[in-house]
Design a protein around this ligand. Structure first.
Ligand code: PEP
Ligand code: MN
Length: 351
């Protein structure tokens, strides 16, 4: 590990840094006369980088060396594969998630589930608890929404992805879902991250709309550190100065994360675009950047949707995205996971 210290440190500050080095089992040497570059040799640990960054005399950790954090792609570390019923994310596998923003009535949810499954989805999304910006907006049907999700799974066999907002709800949401969604507004909610980290249910972690990539991976680290290894990262667009799209899809972050972490990374083109007509091109962009899947909002009557109708696409459009995904996954030897009932266009008839 290579650490840059602040200049002209008080002797006591320097001593306390060197004490931590010893406690963590490192031998050390200064690389410069000003004693600001400290080279550590020893066996790294997942918590070491942050331990040093938190010390007052440390300016930055320039090179973490063997102190790999749990999310990091250490040399020789294989891609993590997260399996959720018929869906497989990562390690050469691409899967698609579709469904409404919010769970509305039960019959409509089953209808959407059947349609997205036929169009190539292997998981059904839908919020029972909705994290709305205004407390006066529709907040989701809560418990009733969870019952509808369970009914949709029983009717189709599709696994369920749904958002959990509160650590106190982890148990009851976990009793119904196959994958927790932690939304953008909760990415940095440490008690919630720790609570889902104590389960073995896979977690779809969305990037906060103003979160740096470092903050995003440290949120994932919080889940991993509790013992849950099934974390899928989701880039859903970050806030920008331009309101042409609802958010700015950060495809650079997708490509970076695929290199820097071993975790699967998926893209949410719906919340990035905020407009139905841009969902397909943004899906293509995400997959081309290396995404291991997509989560897309689908609604048969967007004008009737209780939230995010403007960005909801039809099942037919979803089916076209599935065909794109098959081709784009194939470009670098990856497979698109499909459930038994998917009836997507054969590749030859693509338009
Ligand atoms: C959602 O998936 O409907 C949602 C609220 O997403 P985000 O947390 O990314 O805003
Ligand atoms: Mn939504």
């Amino acid at each position: 590990m290579l650490i840059r210290l602040k200049r002209a440190l008080a002797a006591t500050t320097l001593d306390s840094i060197l004490l931590v080095c010893k406690e963590l089992g490192y031998s050390y040497a200064f690389l410069d006369e000003a004693r600001t570059l400290l080279q550590l040799d020893g066996l790294g640990g997942a918590d070491h980088r942050t331990r040093f960054e938190d010390l007052t005399g440390v300016a930055s950790v320039l090179e973490a060396g063997s102190a790999y954090e749990l999310h990091e792609r250490a040399p020789g570390r294989k891609d993590t594969r997260v399996t959720v019923r018929n869906a497989i994310f990562g390690d050469g596998n691409v899967s698609l998630i579709g469904g409404p923003c919010a769970v509305e009535d039960s019959e409509r949810l089953i209808e959407i589930a059947q349609r997205v499954e036929a169009a190539g989805a292997t998981l059904l999304r839908g919020g029972a608890f909705k994290p709305r910006t205004s407390p006066y907006s529709f907040q989701g049907h809560g418990e009733r929404g969870l019952e509808s999700l369970a009914a949709a799974r029983a009717a189709t066999g599709l696994g369920i992805v749904t958002e959990v907002l509160d650590p106190r709800d982890v148990e009851r949401v976990g009793a119904v879902c196959d994958m927790f969604q932690i939304g953008a507004r909760n990415m940095a909610n440490a008690p919630l991250l720790r609570e889902v980290g104590r389960t073995q249910t896979p977690v779809l972690l969305k990037r906060g709309f103003a979160a740096t990539v470092r903050e995003f991976v440290l949120a994932a680290e919080t889940i991993l550190a509790e013992g849950n290894e099934a974390v899928v990262l989701c880039e859903r667009g970050i806030r920008s100065f331009d309101k042409t799209t609802r958010n700015l899809l950060d495809v650079g972050a997708v490509a970076h994360l695929k290199r820097a972490t071993h975790l699967p990374v998926i893209v949410d083109p719906s919340h990035a675009a905020g407009r139905a007509d841009l969902v397909r091109p943004l899906s293509r962009a995400g997959l081309a950047a290396g995404a291991d899947g997509l989560i897309i909002e689908v609604h048969p009557a967007p004008e009737e949707a209780q939230s995010d109708g403007a960005q909801a696409i039809s099942a037919e459009e979803f089916s076209r995205i599935t065909d794109d995904a098959r081709i784009l996954a194939g470009l670098d030897g990856r497979r698109l996971a499909l459930s038994g009932t998917s009836k997507t266009q054969p590749v030859e008839t693509l338009t």
